[in-house]
Design a protein around this ligand. Structure first.
Ligand SMILES: CC(C)C(=O)C(=O)O
Length: 475
């Protein structure tokens, strides 16, 4: 029998360009120990090769909350999946910016959640699955009316040699066999290239992708490649070398393996704080799709937060394209209230304090013109008015801003920092700090201070809020 090197060699591959990288069926694993010496912090190396940007005409987001996200928490109930899926649909909008969401189908409960979401009849996000790579699971997905499914095809030697105990040739044979099974059943395979940022790009990743594109050509079925930055090693610095260069990976798959943008998807993790920038870079260099989870839940430090990429989409495209960004706030509320999930208060776009200030000097600016200290009109776009947290340094301006926002006072109703009520609140706040308090004031506490300082005024403020149909209380 021909060796893997011969089988996947030059003659066996598409010949569209001069760079016909062929499988290097090496005897020893290449673990890139110059970059990844396990006893040291990994290194970012540079070969100073830069690649051109190529922003696809159409970009979108896919969701992995119910797969990678769910793996890192107590499993969701069927109702929770359905509720969250409805919010994803709302965020997605009619153009399907949140295009797909992947579901497990292992257990009875998984399948019930999937069926209930399918029964909603939404076009977006399309429901896809993630399955074990065997014929039984393919049949299961097919029977449930699933068009596309994810399959694990780990591609670094850490996985091929050290986890699966195979050679690259054996791994390639196995993966192609599984993909062929999916194609035989008429299912679109989404190949999850696990650990691509530690894989031999020219010796395994590109030759494998070329074989997949050959199968795509033969079958007419669009085989997708998901580039999985499993441990978050990807970097976006110009001239950084492979396998860590995000733009290098995307460019290489497009150019050396002829994978079209619409079949390329980036899936990152946040181990080195780079997950959002890496995903945006994947878009900018030619991947149409980035894979995310709500609030970035997922293994270890998590996945790329879907809300971050929804906002990034608008920044890059200059349009919301039908997305309802207020769904971001509803998702955050659902996680906090229904799932009892703690969101770090500083988390951009969803944390309690993402648009709040404690500094009196900032509050003073906010009182004069909100734009001075708020990133954008967070009330209009996300349903999150800018807030002031009352602490030791909030000052009269901060307290006045808090009263106006908390009791929803507009225009002439607004109270000024020189008002007697504001002074009384400040006196009490100062008194408590002078007695040794160190924490900031909660909304309820401040309400009680107002009630004790001026009961009639407090009753009038509460009546005002009740009249405009909302209870007081900032997020
Ligand atoms: C299991 C794989 C596909 C994954 O999610 C990852 O690499 O992060």
């Amino acid at each position: 029998m021909a060796s893997a090197n011969e089988r996947y060699g030059r003659t066996n591959l598409l010949q569209e360009n001069d760079y016909n990288y062929t499988l290097q069926d090496v005897e020893q694993a290449n673990l890139f120990e110059d970059m990844f010496d396990y006893d040291q912090i990994p290194k970012i190396t540079f070969n100073h090769r830069t690649v051109p940007m190529h922003f696809p005409d159409e970009i979108w987001i896919t969701d992995t909350t119910f797969r990678d996200g769910q793996q890192a928490r107590i499993p969701f109930s069927v109702k929770e999946v359905v509720d969250l899926y409805k919010l994803l649909h709302k965020l997605s909008g009619p153009k399907g910016i949140i295009r797909q969401s992947e579901f497990f189908v292992y257990t009875e409960k998984d399948r019930r959640a999937l069926e209930e979401c399918m029964a909603l009849g939404y076009e977006f996000p399309e429901i896809t699955t993630w399955i074990r790579a065997n014929k039984k699971d393919f049949a299961l997905a097919k029977d449930m009316g699933i068009r596309e499914t994810g399959i694990l095809v780990s591609c670094s030697d850490y996985h091929i040699f050290n986890k699966m105990g195979m050679t690259r040739g054996q791994a390639l044979d196995k993966y192609l066999g599984v993909v062929k099974d999916a194609l035989d059943m008429g299912i679109v395979p989404r190949c999850h290239f696990e650990d691509i940022t530690r894989a031999d790009f020219y010796g395994f990743v590109v030759p494998f992708a070329r074989e997949l594109m050959k199968l795509r050509e033969e079958s007419g079925i669009p085989i997708k490649i998901r580039m999985c930055d499993t441990l978050g090693y990807g970097v976006t610095y110009p001239g950084a070398s492979l396998p860590r260069s995000v733009q290098g990976i995307v460019y290489g798959l497009r150019f050396y393996a002829n994978v079209p943008s619409r079949l390329l998807e980036w899936h990152g993790h946040n181990d080195f704080y780079k997950v959002v920038c890496n995903a945006a870079t994947a878009w900018l260099y030619g991947a149409s799709s980035v894979n995310c989870s709500m609030l970035g839940i997922g293994e270890r430090t998590g996945n790329c937060p879907i809300e971050a990429m929804a906002i990034e989409y608008v920044q890059l495209k200059g349009t919301q394209d039908g997305m309802d960004l207020r769904a971001i706030t509803e998702i955050a509320d659902y996680f906090e209230k229904e799932l009892k999930y703690d969101i770090n208060p500083r988390t951009p776009f969803v944390g309690r304090n993402f648009n709040s200030t404690r500094a009196g000097i900032h509050a003073d600016g906010l009182l004069k013109d909100e734009q001075i200290y708020n990133i954008f009109n967070t009330e209009k776009i996300l349903g999150r008015p800018v807030t002031v947290v009352i602490g030791e340094h909030s000052g009269l301006a901060g307290i006045a801003h808090w009263v106006n926002a908390h009791f929803k006072l507009e225009g002439a109703q607004k109270i000024d920092k020189k008002s007697g009520l504001v002074q009384k609140i400040k006196d009490e706040v100062d008194r408590q700090y002078a007695e040794g308090r160190t924490t900031s004031f909660g909304d309820n506490e401040l309400e009680m201070i107002i009630r004790d300082a001026d009961y009639m005024k407090y009753a009038a403020l509460c009546a005002h809020v009740a009249n405009i149909g909302d209870a007081p209380g900032q997020k």
